[in-house]
Design a protein around this ligand. Structure first.
Ligand SMILES: [Zn+2]
Length: 332
């Protein structure tokens, strides 16, 4: 130390100034190129919720690798499969368990079947038919016929359509374990993902078949997903009465009833308080979905909005702390 000090002290002032300026420039460039966070990681976005729309390349392939955005373990994947005007959600748990919620119209069976084959699915641990409308369970008879099913969930509400009767016939023929879903029950699926049924409420007579829809809230670490089929305002009100906002709050929300104004009430959305919404619907559908006032509510909450008619199939990949959205169609 003493040697250095004496050397510096012997420099002429102009040489010293040039030396200090060069030192400052080198330090600045060095910091800029190699900035490290205290933990030793390179600087990355530090927002608690990281999400982005990525290119769809290869996204239909099951992701069995370690997650891209988290070091805590595997991911919980929710695919909102594009079946036109209808609902179809395929879920894969961190340990590889599978669940199918609805399957769209009968005419969309091939789309769903191809999707499941691409996912290497032969067994569905849980299948949910949210309610007996054909845009949700039209192809269910073929799903039951062609796939091994662990447990089948449906509401305790009959319907007189051919699609409904064929579905029941297949359930009986294949002797599938069938459960009537009611609020407060948990779906036993994956120990790391809590799946709680929020609706329908046992014993309630709802005004419309849509409101018998099975609503399920999934919780994985700090992340959560709520899907309520086509549940309308009366069902939403009863959920608000029965559950606290904390029990309803969800990171991602599947817009109810394809974005209809008969669902997605302001009070319900305020309780869920999501970051992101996925709307399952077909382009130029006969119902004018999504309704303008519902979109306005989503905009007011600053939600990221994904739609099957624009983005194709949408994958939401959850880690325990973040989520990432990947779309089949990359929309500029
Ligand atoms: Zn529907």
């Amino acid at each position: 130390m003493s040697h250095r000090k004496s050397k510096k002290a012997s420099m002429k002032p102009i040489v010293l100034i040039i030396f200090l300026v060069l030192l400052a420039v080198i330090s600045y460039l060095g910091l800029e190129n190699d900035f490290k966070l205290p933990g030793g990681e390179s600087e990355t976005p530090t927002a608690s919720i990281y999400h982005s729309t990525q290119d769809a390349q290869g996204f239909l392939t099951p992701n069995t690798d370690s997650p891209s955005t988290d070091d805590q373990g595997s991911t919980f994947c929710a695919y909102f499969v594009d079946v036109g005007q209808g609902d179809c959600i395929f879920l894969r748990s961190p340990s590889g368990k599978t669940m199918l919620i609805d399957c769209g119209e009968y005419s969309e069976y091939e789309v769903v079947d191809n999707f499941l084959k691409e996912q290497n699915v032969s067994k569905l641990d849980v299948v949910v038919a949210t309610h007996p409308h054909s845009d949700h369970m039209g192809g269910m008879r073929l799903i039951i016929q062609n796939y091994d099913i662990g447990t089948f969930y449906m509401p305790d509400k009959e319907h007189t359509t051919n699609a409904y009767e064929k579905m029941i016939e297949q359930l009986v023929e294949k002797d599938v374990d069938t459960v009537f879903a009611t609020a407060g029950k948990y779906i036993s699926w994956d120990s790391e993902v809590e799946a709680m049924i929020l609706s329908p409420i046992e014993g309630v007579t709802y005004a419309d078949l849509n409101s018998y829809s099975i609503a399920i809230r999934f919780e994985y670490g700090e992340m959560s997903l709520l899907a309520a089929g086509d549940a309308e305002h009366d069902a939403e009100e009863l959920m608000l009465e029965r559950f606290t906002p904390d029990e309803l709050r969800s990171t991602v929300f599947k817009a109810s009833h394809h974005g209809s104004s008969t669902s997605n009430s302001e009070e319900f959305l305020n309780a869920i308080y999501p970051d992101c919404v996925v709307i399952q619907l077909g382009a130029n559908n006969d119902y004018g979905h999504p309704h303008e006032e519902v979109l306005d509510r989503f905009f007011e909450l600053y939600l990221d909005i994904y739609r099957n008619d624009i983005h194709g199939t949408v994958l939401v990949e959850f880690t325990k702390h973040d989520y990432n959205v990947i779309c089949e169609k990359n929309v500029g």
